[in-house]
Design a binder for this molecule. Sequence first.
Ligand SMILES: [Zn+2]
Length: 376
Amino acid sequence: MKRLKMVPALILALVVLTQAQPDPEQKGSKMEQLMGMKKMDVHMHIKSDQKYLFDFMDKWNFKFCSVVTSAKGFRDIQGQIDNAKKLVGKYPRYYAWITSFDATTFESEGWAEKVIAQLREDFKNGALGVKVWKNIGMEIKKANGEYLQLDDPVFTPVFEFIAAQGKTLLAHMGEPIHAWMPTYFTKEGVGRNYWAKRPEYSFWDKPDKPSYSDILAARDHVIERHPDLRFVGAHLGSMEFDVDEMITRFEKYPNFAVELGGRTRYFMWQAKGKVYDFFMRYQDRIMYGTDRGSSLVMSDEQKTETYKELEYRNSLFMRYYATAEEIPWGNIISGDRPRPKPTYKVSALDLPMEVLEKVFYKNAVHWFPGIDKDYK
Ligand SMILES: [Zn+2]
């Protein structure tokens, strides 16, 4: 039954894929230049060494930064670290990595010292930064029953160490604001199928949980308290619904930047002129990231599908940033993830080439020094 349902989606994806291919005859177009130039995807999760990923990176000129995450559905942190070290050691042209640590044991004896020792080792092995995840803020509780927030003093020595080592903190804090809204309010069911599967991260009907603004305020305290720490907000810093939210922070905190983390569609739902100005004005603070990757175990069919999906998504996103086209867009609620399905057209941003070079490459080199190893 599931298989049957997949067929129309597959056909549709193929139709869209065909449409999404850039016109190779457009010699010298920005899309052609963007395709040809070196690019970074700073937010990937590479769980297994797969040939299709190299095929994609060679054809589309990408290097991936694989992010270790202490999230549900991921293997244990040490397993991810070992995998990332192996990949990056073997293929420095193709992969960089960002490490993470276990925050759930934060009340155990000598926790910060142990985390620092682990990070020291990971940095020696080339980790460019450290990821913290939304379990801090939304899930982990202190002995007194309060939710542990990112500005808890327990993290201070860890953040000071990361800053002193010249590394970067990548923070996925909270969720899109829609997680605090009744699902019937959310445009096109934003994230609805994600939260349907993971109701523990949908807080709209849970008044005892921390609020969106409490979680972001705690995050902001850390950015403010550690001006020497390069702080990158994953998924547009969970402020994807309104560029003004990002602007407020960019104006306050010179050490703050964001990566897209697969949130391009939220720009499409805001006034185009406003989004364009946002990119022009903060062109040094935004990085390209798609939050895709590979699974631990994959069938041949899944590999083919995932490769197609990589091409499909990236070509659509690149067209949105680089061209002046009307791009077919839309979301359907099916399966585990929002799967783009064209139901309306989006007017693309047509950003200047210098801005595209920053968003797709140069900013990653600035905010994650060393990411361009063997890919300069
Ligand atoms: Zn991710």
